[in-house]
Design a protein around this ligand. Sequence first.
Ligand code: PMP
Ligand code: GLN
Length: 380
Amino acid sequence: MKLQSKFPSLGTTIFSKISTMANQYNALNLGQGFPDFSPSPYLLEKAHAHTQAGANQYAPMSGAAPLRCAIQSLHRDFYQAEIDADQEITVTSGATEAIFCAISAVVHPGDEVIVFDPSYDSYIPNIELNGGVPVRINLNEDFEIPWGKVKESISAKTRCIIINSPHNPSGALLKTEELDLLWDMVKDTNIVIISDEVYQHLIFDNKTHVSPFNDERFRDRTFAISSFGKTFHVTGWKVGYCVAAPNLTQEFRKVHQYITYCTPANLQLAIADMLDNKRDEVRGLSAFYQQKRDLFQDLIKDSKFKLLPCSGSYFQLVDYSELDDCDDLEFCEKLIKEHGLAAIPISVFYDTPPAQKVIRFCFAKEDETLLQAKEKLAKL
Ligand code: PMP
Ligand code: GLN
């Protein structure tokens, strides 16, 4: 029997590779993005209580009603905007599932999808699996979108543009005025926007989250995707959601119903309780992670790593060109094997990586872990 691979040149995701290697060498893992501290005890109690109370069967396909209502209320609270809990919110198994459903709902074979590199690593395989053609545009040196190039790249075949703010891996943010530029390019087209906003509550220095979904002009053409994994420090729970206008949501659910159908009911209900009764944790998240960013920056500012700006997410990019000449993959391997510290190379998120020597650290860690990282870095 010979299986013809659908992805002959695709390897294993970098997150898996680096975490496996970090475990193998017992390295401190500042690679894959996940917190090393516990979520709120209230959230854990609620998960236990809902499990004991019998929330162990299929949840409704679109998401448990209390969670959809809590998301509606959160959105009203944060963005002073209304979303219909029945027709515009779908709970998914992580943002990963939501991204796949949104892409699958709109991309037909031969359609072009504009993606900005460095791009989150599931976008491209998801587009290709649907027969779409990724049109990859490198962000500029400051990880901003080169809008002139976007305009040149739009064709009659462009079906969709994927944006991601706060951006993984750079922590860069979309600015309000950029929405005007985007609007000029898409207003007379049927181009759909997929907006990956999983770090929407992790924004620093009093900046604000900018989403096309919250701009009336884009309201009927945007899928906005988020993840409670980031918001409540439970990446392993894989509870995410997508908000989109009813006609888009209808198409989205046609895919979602046959991918996972639903997401664990006990976890959805626990998250709904968190949103209803502990919303201050969401409000405090930016300050919480800003302290961690500042600590991490402070710890490595005297090293030979050069810090790049970080306005959101829980990632810090650093330039290592003063330390080594090798490529970023090799540098990350050396870091793990010789110094017991794991980071993520960013060239893997590009089709055509620029000449840069940059790696990504995740600072969603106990202060103690960040201090241990400093000690390891000091020896470099
Ligand atoms: N998009 C981005 C930009 C991410 O960083 C991640 C992972 N953390 C995801 C999507 C996937 O989120 P989830 O773990 O909820 O599937
Ligand atoms: N989003 C996480 C990161 O960027 C990893 C998610 C995953 O491992 N699939 O590190």
